[in-house]
Ligand binder design. Sequence first.
Ligand SMILES: Cc1cc2nc3c(=O)[nH]c(=O)nc-3n(C[C@H](O)[C@H](O)[C@H](O)COP(=O)(O)OP(=O)(O)OC[C@H]3O[C@@H](n4cnc5c(N)ncnc54)[C@H](O)[C@@H]3O)c2cc1C
Length: 379
Amino acid sequence: MPRYDYIIAGAGASGLSLLMRMIESGKFSDKKILLVDRAPKTVNDRTWCFWEQGKGFFEEIVYRQWQKLSFISDAYFSLLEMGDYHYKMIRGIDFYEFCFARIKQQPNIEIKYGELKFVENSHLTRIYIDDTELKVGSATVFNSISRKEQSTRKTIRLLQHFKGWIIETPHNAFDPGAATLMDFRPQQNHGTTFVYVLPLAPNRALVEYTLFTGSLLEQHEYKRELEIYIREQLGLSDYAIVEEEFGIIPMTNARFPFYDRGVYYIGTAGGQTKASTGYTFQFIQKQSQQIVERLVNGQSIQTLPPPPPRFRFYDSVLLQVLSERKLEGKEVFTHLFKKNKASSIFKFLDNESTIGEELKLISTLPTGPFFMAALRQFS
Ligand SMILES: Cc1cc2nc3c(=O)[nH]c(=O)nc-3n(C[C@H](O)[C@H](O)[C@H](O)COP(=O)(O)OP(=O)(O)OC[C@H]3O[C@@H](n4cnc5c(N)ncnc54)[C@H](O)[C@@H]3O)c2cc1C
């Protein structure tokens, strides 16, 4: 019967980021590690975009990056002041192939495929793979497959849902050096709605129609809106759809405990999705780094330092404003990007700003709706 030191449930962004850092540290080669997922990663099931200063841990597989980023809302157009930030894209399939190529060279890592189930009782969690119990023994278990959120009456839930097409045009139609981060010109009937355009080549771009709302649309509605945007805003009628992406990211201020009944929760399951934006990839990187540093230094990981609580409060207030539509998301983001440098906004959204920087940023937003939403958080 194999005894594992570490079990990593889920070979997605967080499971693989953690494992890659463990390998990179060189300190776990004498440890037996099990990685489990339901199936091998053979398709490009998502692309991750994020902003970053300098080179990141996965720099080798950054597919495209942009330093010219624009924000558009009705007649307002702004080329963002990015400072040292680059907006980067990593394709899911490149990430999986890169990680598995490295993982398969490690004799101490076993990979299993099967359907995982975590069953909790009062003090421990049992793990099943295809209904056969996995003997966990004293292994440290990291789980990215199931969410363990804790809700209260103040819990707010929105969904970030999006459909993206990679389109190809017969003639050059895009500037591969310049991307659109948010274009709020589409109809706002359902709530916060924008499109982003990431050119991949002069004749190829990812165009993604994105909403922050309470419920999903019918598939034909995303399709119709993409067609309208490409025709009316990009001025294109002749193009082929070469890839399609659909995704849903939970946006919630529910709490996700990092540790519960013998299991450490990572990734979205461990609360690494930023409630007010849905961005997750970079928070996963920070969390993986923290975990591995602590393990290497022989420190406990049960008490990973959380980000300062004020960031949770800001997220809750913004979520509340967006979900109640006291102020349209389009207005919120337009105020933010019109009056602040993108580099300051990125730092704030990364939970890395100082209180002084935050007050400056907050003062550029319409006071009334935010003040009321903040009061609701305290009541
Ligand atoms: C389409 C899409 C695009 C996104 N784009 C961005 C982006 O641009 N930027 C950003 O910051 N965030 C983005 N996100 C949000 C977030 O970064 C991703 O969801 C990210 O993959 C989360 O990592 P994770 O490890 O928590 O979950 P996942 O990457 O989903 O990994 C979970 C793994 O667990 C496996 N699994 C699940 N259930 C079981 C089971 N019962 N048994 C066995 N295995 C199981 C899955 O197969 C998967 O491999 C996106 C999300 C989606 C869905």
